[in-house]
Design a protein around this ligand. Structure first.
Ligand SMILES: [Zn+2]
Length: 779
């Protein structure tokens, strides 16, 4: 260590523009940087403190062999399944829990009972029907029989949407058990009752699209964290599912085309020679190849075949299985290269979705696989399918999306970009939660939030200026400044979330984008995010595993960020409260004299002096000069002998460096920042200089460590600052920008905004006609 002589330079406070009043207490600490240890589970051999699976991590496995058939007349699905359940846990199991999701639609379902209702001024009949569900529709899972491998009945108990099998013999660690369930259920009218799956019948041609989801009794998850995850399926909290291999035979009317999870095992029985040829071509094509054309599909719409066909699929290591079936389906496909492996991107859609689906759907699937693979893991499955079904819902390898243009083939930008976004989103769900298999029943954000974040990345890689709805910090501001009693923290159970879309999709996606762009930087963030995906692919991660991995792999302590953004409803609002401009006291008698006098001369004159000057008031001492003495010409601000002596001494105390620093004529600003919103965040401040240039300073959030309400920072500048601006690029979701400026900007009042219409941007596709239709009319 070297000893350095410290130079004490004194300053004169020139301008302290207060006017903004602080409370008496100027030191606050709400412990916003306290580590999360008390909130997170204690690490153990199954889940480590680094966020990785532990050395004794285990998970269960369930394989399914299913035969199912659709009765198009009754809209009924009938199935028989054989489940082989592997107990990889260290625990002895005496019972198993199985999910009967269709019981959410049973006549005694709690879903309707716990729904709050209000009567407004007008109610439509569907809403009234929805109060008690749809009593005339019997939608529950009808369990026909449950038997063991040799066909003997197994005792079972149904508790709403969950079924417990009481095993005849305890299932020991390392053992497996096989059992059979026969069942059927009445498929719901999706347009009438809503739902992730169901049927949609087209009025014009009388044909139906089936989207079959949550359709077979599925194993609940048993893990180290919860034991059995058997929270009831009420509608919002989605699914917690075990990985396994599937062998599924689907019997449908012979003129139907089936779109399904997995790989088709019997193309020779099912497809025509022409279809097989087209499919082969599509594998190496650089644009989608039509396998069933619109013309072919339209022809089939006009007749109904009486026979059936059985489509046989196999899927390895998936957590679920879904399919769609219709004679209306057009089908196209294109091979996508994912690091040397060809994945088939495919789309199935009715003619009502053309020309949009034909042009964009399969390209959007391919784009999603490419972008997501870059940021997470290589897409591991052989196919990825987008089905147009006028909704948005995800399953392994297959998802159901919307996007139907007008009858004249035109469409609004809202439909076009909504369609591309929903396809990216639902295909993206293959990664979260189908592969990085989080518990959706408990945490919606773990899949929706992470997926919406990746969706934003993919959208921005689609085209310049893509109109992303969620991701940019600015887009979450309205939600963040909303009524506190209408907001819940991100860390809220799926069924208790208020403002589902903002809470579970928008806010976590924005938070991750802020981490990436502002707090961690792309390099550290991307590495840690990919590490999380790699560690937890084909496993069951929990929130702590995500938080811990993001920190462990990046070397950034983010506990304050998780604590603020994920556990509270606080918002970001940092204010520049005060700027004090300090100038160097040169102690040079001549320089300081001039400054003192200039300051005095700048003072306003009092009114009597002004009036006296106006009348040129005659004074006695002017009329009789003999009355004047020393003090009539003395100026107390003049530099004097003592000043010069002091200055000489000061000069001799300065070394070369000190003198150079003084000569450089720095401008010093002490800026006081206040945390109004509660969330601690980095302080990003732009200094705009008198000469028109500007400079952005980034102060890490840790500046709030000792005092999380008020902090001050001194900026040493070469040139005068005329304006300080906080967060100039709007990257922190600061909910009040008025206090981001110092001096404050004169912002237009609400009244002025209203009058000028500046606050009312033209709607994206306002008017009766969409922009494509308007353009056609003009011609
Ligand atoms: Zn989603």
């Amino acid at each position: 260590m070297t000893r350095i002589t410290k130079l004490f330079i004194s300053f004169v406070v020139l301008v302290s523009s207060t006017g903004l009043v602080f409370g008496q207490k100027e030191f606050y600490n709400n412990n916003k940087f306290k580590q999360l240890d008390e909130e997170l589970p204690t690490p153990n051999v199954y889940r480590t403190g680094s966020g990785a699976p532990g050395h004794e991590y285990w998970q269960q496995k369930a394989d399914y062999v299913i035969e199912a058939s659709i009765d198009e007349k009754l809209h009924r699905l009938t199935g028989a399944e054989t489940v082989t359940y592997y107990n990889n846990s260290p625990d002895v199991l005496t019972y198993l829990w199985i999910q009967l999701d269709q019981n959410m639609r049973a006549t005694d379902s709690d879903t309707y009972k716990i729904r709050q209702n209000k009567v407004g001024k007008s109610v439509n009949i569907n809403q009234l029907a929805g109060i008690d569900g749809f009593p005339e529709y019997d939608g529950g899972h009808k369990i026909q029989k449950v038997t063991d491998a040799s066909g003997n009945p197994i005792k079972y108990t149904i508790n709403k949407t969950m079924m417990r099998l009481d095993l005849p013999q305890a299932l020991n660690p390392g053992e497996k058990v096989t059992f059979n369930i026969d069942w059927y259920y009445n498929i719901n009218d999706r347009l009438l009752m809503g739902g992730r799956g169901g049927y949609e019948t087209f009025a014009e041609d009388g044909n139906t699209i089936y989207t079959i989801t949550q359709w077979f009794p599925r194993m609940a998850v048993y893990d180290d964290f919860n034991g059995w995850q058997h929270k009831q399926f009420l509608g919002n909290g989605e699914f917690a599912l075990t990985f396994g291999d599937y062998d599924v035979k689907i019997t449908v009317p012979s003129d139907h085309i089936v779109a399904s999870t997995g790989e088709l095992q019997n193309p020779d029985e099912i497809l025509t020679e022409e279809q097989k040829k087209r499919f082969e071509e599509s594998k190496t094509a650089d644009k989608p190849v039509v396998i069933v054309s619109q013309k072919e599909a339209e022809k089939k719409e006009k007749t109904v075949e009486s026979g059936t066909k059985t489509w046989h699929y196999k899927a390895k290591n998936v957590r679920d299985f879904a399919f769609g079936s219709s004679r209306k389906f057009i089908w196209d496909a294109m091979g996508v290269d994912i690091n040397g492996k060809t994945v088939m991107a495919m789309s199935y859609y009715p003619k009502e979705a053309n020309p949009l689906y034909g042009q964009y759907s399969t390209e959007a699937v391919a784009h999603t696989l490419e972008v997501y693979s870059k940021y997470t893991i290589d897409y591991p499955y052989p196919v990825a399918i987008s089905v147009e079904a006028s909704n948005g819902m995800e399953y392994p390898m297959i998802c159901f999306n919307y996007g139907r243009p007008e009858k004249d083939g035109t469409y609004s930008p809202r439909i076009k970009y909504g369609m591309i976004s929903v396809i990216i989103h639902e295909v993206g769900h293959n990664f979260f939660p189908m592969i990085i298999n989080s518990d959706e029943r408990q945490w919606t954000w773990m899949d929706e939030g992470l997926n919406t974040f990746c969706q934003y990345l993919a959208e921005q890689e689609w085209e310049v200026g893509y109109p992303s709805r969620r991701g940019p910090a600015e887009n979450i501001v309205n939600y963040m400044k909303g009524e506190k009693n209408n907001i819940t923290p991100i860390m809220t159970n799926s069924e208790s979330i208020k403002q589902f879309g903002n809470n579970a999709y928008g806010k976590p996606a924005t938070a991750l984008n802020i981490l990436r762009e502002t707090i961690m930087g792309r390099e550290l963030f991307d590495y840690a995010f990919k590490e999380y995906a790699e560690r937890w692919a084909f496993k069951h991660p929990k929130p702590a595993d995500f938080y811990r991995t993001m920190e462990d792999a990046s070397g950034v302590d983010l506990d304050w960020f998780w604590r603020g953004w994920f556990y509270t409803t606080e918002a970001v609002d940092i204010s520049i409260e005060d700027v004090t401009f300090v100038e160097l006291d040169t102690q040079d008698p001549k320089v300081e004299e001039a400054k003192r006098k200039a300051k005095r001369d700048a003072q306003p004159k009092d009114i009597t002096t002004i009036h006296n000057e106006e009348i040129n008031l005659s004074r006695r001492v002017d009329r009789k000069p003999e009355l004047k003495d020393f003090y009539n010409s003395y100026d107390e601000l003049d530099a004097n002998y003592e000043d010069y002596e002091k200055y000489k001494k000061y000069q001799s105390s300065l070394n070369k460096n000190d003198k150079a620093w003084i000569a450089s004529n720095k401008h010093l600003y002490e800026v006081k920042f206040k945390n109004v919103g509660g969330l601690v965040m980095p302080i990003i401040v732009e200094l705009q200089y008198e000469d028109g240039t500007s400079e952005k300073k980034y102060i890490p959030a840790e500046i709030w460590k000792k005092d999380d309400i008020v902090v001050s920072k001194v900026f040493v500048c070469d040139k005068p600052v005329v304006q300080f601006v906080l967060d100039p690029n709007r990257e922190t979701a600061d909910i009040d920008t008025e206090n981001n400026y110092f001096p404050r900007q004169n912002q237009m009042s609400r009244f002025q905004l209203y009058k000028s219409g500046a606050n009312q941007p033209r709607s994206y596709d306002s008017g009766r006609l969409n922009p494509m239709q308007k353009a056609k009319k003009k011609k």
